[in-house]
Ligand binder design. Structure first.
Ligand code: ACO
Length: 317
C-alpha cells in the first residue's frame, strides 16, 4: 500500500497545565518536566464520531478521491459512546461511503495495526482504496481526581487514505498479555444469573512499568525493522512515535544515537491521544510540507495489551 492522503480533527477545548492546577495538587513545572506536555485538547460538547468523520473527510480530500472510491474502512478505537455499532460504521454513514467497515482495538498501537491490516487486504486483492481512521477519547477513561493519570491524556482523531502501492517497506506487530500493567474495566448490564463481583473502575496504569516497557519495546522494534530493511538509523527522515511522553521519545532517540531533528513531536500541545497520536502527527507533517517524495518514515507505538506496532513507510505523495 501507499498513503495518498491524511487528515485530523481535535476538540476545540484546550486545557492548559495552569487550568489543571486549579483543581489538582499539581504544577505546570511537574507536568512539563515529567511529560513535556503544556496543554491538551479535551472533548467537551463534541462527539468523537464527528471528529473521526471530520478527520476522514480531510484525508479523502487530501487524497483527491471521493467517498465512493473507498472500498473498506478500518477504525482504531478503544472507547467511544457506542459499544456497538463500531465507530467505522458511523464514519461510513457520516461521510457517505458504501463499503465494509471494521473496528480494531489494539490500544495506542491501533493505527499501525490498522495500516498493516489495510496492506494485507490490498495485497490479497480484496480492496483497492482503504480509509484508516484512529479516533480516541482517553480523557473519558481516567479519574480526573487522580493527578498521576488525568494530566497525561488528550482527545482527537487522525486519518489516512491508502491505496495500491509498495510503500510499506516492512512492519512488526507484537503482543504480550500484560493486563495488570494498564487496563480499564467497565461493568456490563446486569442479568438474573450474574453472581460474580463486578465494578467499573477508571483506567489503571503502572506509569513506571509502562515507561520502561515502552522504551525497551519501541527501541527493539525500531532496530529490528532497520535490520530487516537494511537501513541505518540516520536513513530514516522522521521517527513518528506514539506521543505518550517526551521523556520516552528522548530515551528512544538516545538509544539510536540520533539527534531530535529526526523525532518530530506534538505531545506538548495534544498530550497522549492514544492510537490517534501517530496519525495526528503524520497529518501535521504532511500539511506543514515537511514530507517529501522518497522520505523514509518509521512509525512506532505501544499500548495496553501490551501491544507494539511499528512500520517503515516510504512517502510517495
Ligand atoms: N503532579 C505532581 N506530582 C505528581 C503528579 C502530578 N500530576 N503525578 C504524580 N506525582 C507525584 C507522585 O505522587 C510521586 O510523588 P512521591 O514521590 O511523593 O510519591 C512523584 O510525583 C513521582 O511519581 P512517579 O509516578 O514516580 O513519576 P514518574 O517520573 O514515573 O512520571 C509518568 C510519571 C509521567 C506517568 C511516567 O511514569 C510515564 O510517563 N509513564 C508512561 C506513561 C505512558 O506512556 N502511558 C501511556 C502508555 S499506553 C497508552 O497510551 C494508553
Amino acid at each position: 500500500m501507499k498513503i495518498i492522503g491524511t487528515g485530523r480533527a481535535n476538540p476545540a477545548k484546550i486545557v492548559t497545565n495552569a487550568m489543571l492546577e486549579e483543581f489538582l495538587d499539581t504544577s505546570d513545572e511537574w507536568i512539563r518536566e515529567r511529560t513535556g506536555m503544556t496543554e491538551r485538547h479535551v472533548i467537551s460538547n463534541e462527539k468523537l464520531e464527528d471528529l473521526a468523520a471530520e478527520a476522514a473527510r480531510k484525508a479523502i480530500e487530501d487524497a483527491g478521491i471521493t467517498p465512493e472510491d473507498i472500498d473498506y474502512i478500518i477504525c482504531s478505537n478503544v472507547v467511544n459512546e457506542y459499544i456497538t455499532p463500531g465507530l467505522s460504521c458511523i464514519i461510513q454513514g457520516a461521510i457517505g461511503a458504501k463499503c465494509a467497515c471494521v473496528d480494531v482495538n489494539a490500544a495506542c498501537s491501533g493505527f499501525i495495526y490498522a495500516l498493516d491490516m489495510a496492506d494485507d487486504r490490498i495485497k490479497s486483492g480484496k480492496a483497492k482504496t482503504i480509509l484508516v481512521v484512529a479516533a480516541e477519547e482517553p480523557t473519558r477513561m481516567v479519574d480526573w481526581k487522580d493527578r498521576s493519570i488525568c494530566v497525561l491524556f488528550g482527545d482527537g482523531a487522525g486519518a489516512a487514505v491508502v491505496t495500491e502501492g509498495d510503500a510499506l517497506i516492512c512492519s512488526r506487530l507484537t503482543t504480550v498479555s500484560k493486563t495488570e500493567c494498564l487496563h480499564y474495566v467497565r461493568t456490563l448490564e446486569p442479568t438474573p444469573y450474574i453472581t460474580k463481583q463486578e465494578e467499573s473502575k477508571p483506567m489503571f496504569m503502572n506509569g513506571r512499568e509502562v515507561f520502561k516497557t515502552a522504551v525497551l519495546s519501541s527501541s527493539r522494534d525500531i532496530r529490528t525493522l532497520l535490520d530487516k530493511a537494511g537501513l541505518q538509523p540516520g536513513d530514516i527522515k522522521y521517527y513518528i512515535l506514539h506521543q505518550a511522553n517526551m521523556r520516552i521519545i528522548e530515551s528512544i532517540c538516545g538509544q539510536l544515537k540520533l539527534d531530535m531533528s529526526h523525532f518530530p513531536t506534538n505531545v506538548a500541545h495534544y498530550g497522549n491521544t492514544s492510537s490517534a497520536s501517530v496519525a495526528i502527527l503524520l497529518d501535521e507533517l504532511n500539511r506543514d510540507g515537511k514530507l517529501h517524495k522518497g522520505d523514509k518514515l518509521l512509525l512506532s507505538a505501544f499500548g495496553a495489551g501490551f501491544t507494539t506496532g511499528a512500520c517503515i513507510i516510504e512517502w510517495t505523495k
